[in-house]
Design a protein. Structure first.
Lengths: 484, 480
């Protein structure tokens, strides 16, 4: 079936004109039609536009143009602005918002010839770990529809896992790509902070947000990442450094690679989960890698640090949603204050409000030093510890999540437990490091993820190690029942 | 009043003369139709990001160097959070803990000629807000975001001023400087140059400052003076009446010349400043600073000192003539033709006739209807005694109105001075003959009548007799 082919195989057929982009696009649109309602993975479908773009890609192919993504369908997380298409960010606040421009990520992928099928469901403003905070309702995990798919990029992950698209974009502020990738059994990469432009990506926490990609394998993710990466003059925090040829990096041997086992990630980890990671380590040892135990003493402070920094930034970033220029506006405001209060009160959901309030509090006069400033200091310590670790090892390894996908509704009333789901992923965001989640086995019939982290701008190394693992294993080839 | 001392510090907002905004590519020109110069970044659309305009940084550094301040190698943009419809992001990007310029000084000349140094605490970059429009809209307010994102340099002084006049002198000095540096057009009507004044009073001799009030948004020198005078008097009256000054923000009403409370300290916003994560710290190295230093023009104080020294002008004259680059250039061009020996004459004319004609016709020095070469041609005729200073003023008026050369006017109107002694003597003889009684009175000791005879001769010659010669010849003749 077409939806089980890799990106490389699809590109080959498109380039040889054995398959047209329109046919491929129709195939995926049909799958979305068939499974979309069950999974609730999509917020907006852009079928008509997708077919037009596919026809355009076919013309380019017919004209002799070739490319690894030319004519390949993709789903964008609904956090990326897409010109002329609703960009809701999973919120009632932007339910009526038609973006007037394309995010840089969208532009670059469009230029490479990808065909956007639609916009994926997500936690509201990317705040959540289960995709249950979306104004459009929760996304279901294709492995078990009573389970969450993870968040905040839950729609993208569920769609890629259910083969509703071969590729999906996501964003990762505290684990929002890696955690749902792990919980849905696919590959997800969060690049180095500054590697991919944030322009046009609706901000949650600016110093942590980074765009990345979901695919069924590392090899499938490579061409998309290659196109997305690179300096953007419209994002001052994007880094003007050359982008290596990621495809070329895939074949490098792992012999001599030093992998650090993060002690803090294994303390208190469920034995069955730890066993999966050790199995993966054995795979790497067989491939010639060495392993070293590494400790980052401040890493356990990641979660509280993150839950000060991220809300602080979000409380300010979300101030622009005031009902004045775009987005939700309350009915019949009495005066300016009423307009602000009711537009924001009615437009934002509970989790977003919780974080705005937390963030406003930690930035307030009298509390700033004790919270925000302290958190920044701890963040610096964690970053320094990672830097030191990477003078000793090439990569760090650990689990992506503490548990497999949990039941829908299980943690919605307990934010702290929910936040602890990000315990292994947040460190990379605080330090701005690239990280990758790979399927590494199953617990209770649900997929689990292996996390690799590297030093800044080591995406090539991470992809190489991830690819080598996938050549030696077949966890990433498993499809949820009914979606094969 | 004599027992009280007024303490004033100013926060001046100078709009930087960049072509585009500080964090977006939109144009900054004044007076465009509402919202025609606001792009997605200015409108704070979801997903957009700020990118710092290097020209604004360059201008801030230029100012820092001109006031002898420390230019920070690393400065940080921070967000100042508050809700207002003309602030689309819900925060203003400003600089808080680490400004780009710190610790400079400016010197002002007081009324008694003494020079006073005013400290500049800091100068930082920030973006302006938009404007709310309330007129002509029924049950609604309009928002014009053309000004949103315009770069501002906020220049914060130490509380070093001790009178409204000193505050005005300082503000004028900054105004002169920013125009010299070509970093601000100084247009106060359009709001390109405005200030907030922090005013407090304390008993003379006491060290501790009184509680201050901040008067917002003063956009003329006169308003600054009036507002401070009113506010100081208000505070003194309040204290003398047994009251206490509360820390608050006040607004100046320019119609009633009074200040009114806007909000108290308790009502003030908690701005929740924190470093803007969308912008990297501004890193400035020495070579950048040197490249900016190389573009510094001769500064007002340097020019004034040079004028005083090279042209033997009083500090006052030198100060007036260096108040703008254009005026200084006009004066120097005039002297260049006339010769430095006659610089005082040129100075008097530029500050006198030329300036009053410009004021009368509401023109800038650059639009003067008499150019420096034309003026120096006129002054040459005074120097070579072709005409008197008095006649020269008439000639100047004609030059201004008719745009003809001095020589052409002197020739056509027959204004050439009479320097022929025999001709003057002839007129003196006729005047003496026609006024026998006055002559007799003079000779019997009424010296005051000398002036009468000068007047009569001048009247008969149409004012053209050379005054020095006339004096001398008349004295001899009247003496018999």
């Amino acid at each position: 079936m077409l939806h089980n082919l890799s990106i490389g195989e699809l590109a080959e057929r498109l380039n040889s004109r054995e398959l047209s982009s329109v046919e491929l696009t129709r195939h995926y649109l049909a799958r979305i039609e068939r499974f979309g309602a069950t999974l609730n993975a999509m917020i907006t479908l852009t079928a008509e536009r997708a077919l037009a773009d596919a026809a355009q890609a076919d013309l380019r192919l017919k004209g002799g143009e070739r490319g690894p993504l030319l004519g390949i369908p993709l789903i964008h997380k609904d956090i990326f602005c897409t010109d002329g298409v609703r960009t809701s960010c999973g919120s009632r606040m932007l339910d009526n918002f038609i973006a007037p421009y394309d995010a840089t990520v969208v532009t670059r992928l469009k230029e490479a010839g990808v065909v956007m099928l639609g916009k994926a469901n997500m936690d509201e403003f990317a705040m959540g770990s289960s995709n249950e905070t979306s104004y459009y309702g929760p996304v279901k995990n294709p492995w078990n529809t009573r389970k969450v798919p993870g968040g905040s990029s839950g729609g993208s992950a569920a769609a890629a896992a259910a083969r509703l698209a071969p590729l999906a974009t996501g964003t990762d502020t505290g684990g929002s790509i890696r955690q749902p990738a792990a919980l849905t059994g696919i590959t997800g990469i969060k690049p180095t902070y500054g590697r991919v432009s944030r322009y046009g990506m609706i901000a949650f926490a600016s110093s942590l947000d980074q765009a990345g990609v979901f695919a069924r394998s590392v090899a499938d993710a490579v061409p998309a990442l290659q196109v997305m990466a690179g300096f953007d003059p419209r994002d001052s925090t994007s880094v003007d450094a050359p982008v290596p040829d990621y495809a070329a990096a895939l074949g490098k041997p792992l012999k001599g690679l030093k992998i650090g086992i993060l002690r803090e990630f294994f303390e208190g980890l469920e034995a069955r989960n730890a066993a999966l990671i050790h199995d993966a380590l054995n795979v790497y040892k067989d491939l010639g890698a060495q392993t070293v135990e590494i400790s980052l003493p401040h890493l356990p402070a990641s979660v509280p640090t993150y839950y000060v920094v991220a809300p602080a930034e979000c409380s300010s970033n979300l101030s622009r949603f005031d009902g004045v220029r775009y987005g939700y506006r309350c009915e019949q405001p009495k005066d300016l204050l009423d307009l602000y209060k009711r537009s924001r009160g009615e437009g934002f959901g509970a989790e977003v409000k919780r974080r705005i309030m937390t963030g406003t509090y930690v930035l307030s006069a009298g509390y700033f030093d004790a919270y925000y400033l302290k958190a920044q200091k701890v963040r610096r310590l964690i970053t320094d510890e990672f830097r030191t670790a990477f003078t000793q090892v090439d990569l760090l390894i650990g689990p992506t999540t503490p548990t497999p996908a949990f039941d829908l509704g299980a943690k919605v009333d307990d934010p702290v437990t929910m936040y602890l789901n990000d315990i292994y992923t947040i460190g990379a965001n605080l330090a701005g490091l690239p990280a990758l989640s790979l399927p590494c086995g199953f617990l209770d019939g649900l997929p689990m993820g292996l996390q690799l982290m590297g030093p800044h701008f080591s995406e090539d190394r991470l992809l190489c190690a991830g690819h080598a693992y996938q050549l030696a294993t077949d966890w990433h080839k498993r499809a949820p029942e009914g979606y094969e | 009043m004599a027992d009280w001392e007024v303490v004033i510090g100013l926060e001046i907002h100078a709009q930087l003369a960049t072509k585009s905004k500080i964090f977006s590519g939109a144009a900054t020109a004044y007076g465009a139709p509402p919202n025609s110069q606001a792009n997605l970044v200015d409108l704070a659309y979801p997903g957009v990001l700020p990118v710092l305009n290097a020209a604004a940084v360059r201008m801030a550094v230029k100012f820092g160097l001109a006031v002898g301040a420390k230019v920070a190698q690393r400065s940080v943009f921070a967000r100042k959070n508050y809700f207002y419809p003309d602030l689309p992001k819900g925060y203003q990007i400003s600089q808080y803990e680490l400004p780009i310029v710190a610790r400079g000084t400016l010197q002002i000349v007081l009324d008694d000629g003494a020079v006073k140094t005013v400290g500049i605490t800091r100068a930082h970059l920030e973006e302006d807000a938009g404007k709310s429009l309330h007129e002509g809209l029924a049950n609604a307010s309009g928002i014009d975001l053309n000004r949103a994102g315009t770069p501002l340099l906020e220049i914060v002084s130490e509380p070093d001023m001790r009178s409204a006049k000193e505050a005005v002198a300082y503000m004028k000095k900054v105004h002169t400087l920013v125009r010299y540096l070509e970093i601000c057009d100084g247009n106060m009507q359009e709001g390109s140059f405005r200030c907030d004044a922090n005013v407090s009073v304390r008993p003379k001799g006491r060290e501790k400052f009184g509680t201050r009030a901040e008067i917002k948004n003063l956009n003329s020198f006169r308003f600054v003076e009036k507002a401070i005078q009113y506010e100081a008097a208000r505070q003194i009256e309040l204290i003398e009446g047994g009251g206490v000054v509360v820390q608050e923000t006040r607004l100046y009403d320019s119609d009633k010349h009074e200040t009114r409370s806007m909000r108290s300290k308790e009502e003030a916003n908690d701005y929740r400043y924190f470093p803007d994560p969308d912008l990297l710290p501004v890193e400035i190295d020495q070579s950048f600073i040197e490249s900016v230093r190389a573009t510094l023009p001769e500064l007002p104080d340097e020019k004034a000192a040079r004028f005083a020294k090279d042209f033997a002008l009083s500090p006052y004259d030198a100060g007036v003539l260096s108040a703008s680059r254009e005026l200084g250039a006009y004066f120097e061009a005039t002297v260049a033709n006339l010769g430095a020996a006659h610089a005082k004459l040129a100075a008097n004319w530029v500050m006198g006739e030329v300036s009053s004609a410009l004021n009368r016709d509401n023109l800038d020095i650059g639009d003067s209807r008499v150019s420096p070469p034309e003026l120096s041609a006129l002054l040459t005729r005074i120097v070579d005694e072709t005409i008197s200073g008095k006649i020269a003023k008439e000639v100047f008026e004609k030059m201004w109105l008719e745009r003809k050369s001095a020589d052409a006017i002197i020739e056509a109107s027959g204004l050439k001075q009479i320097t022929d002694s025999s001709a003057i003597e002839g007129v003196i003889d006729a005047v003496m003959a026609a006024n026998p009684k006055q002559l007799a009175d003079y000779r019997s000791g009424k010296d005051k009548l000398f002036g009468f005879f000068v007047g009569q001769v001048m009247k008969a010659t149409g004012g053209k007799a050379n005054p020095a010669q006339l004096n001398e010849l008349l004295k001899a003749k009247l003496g018999g």
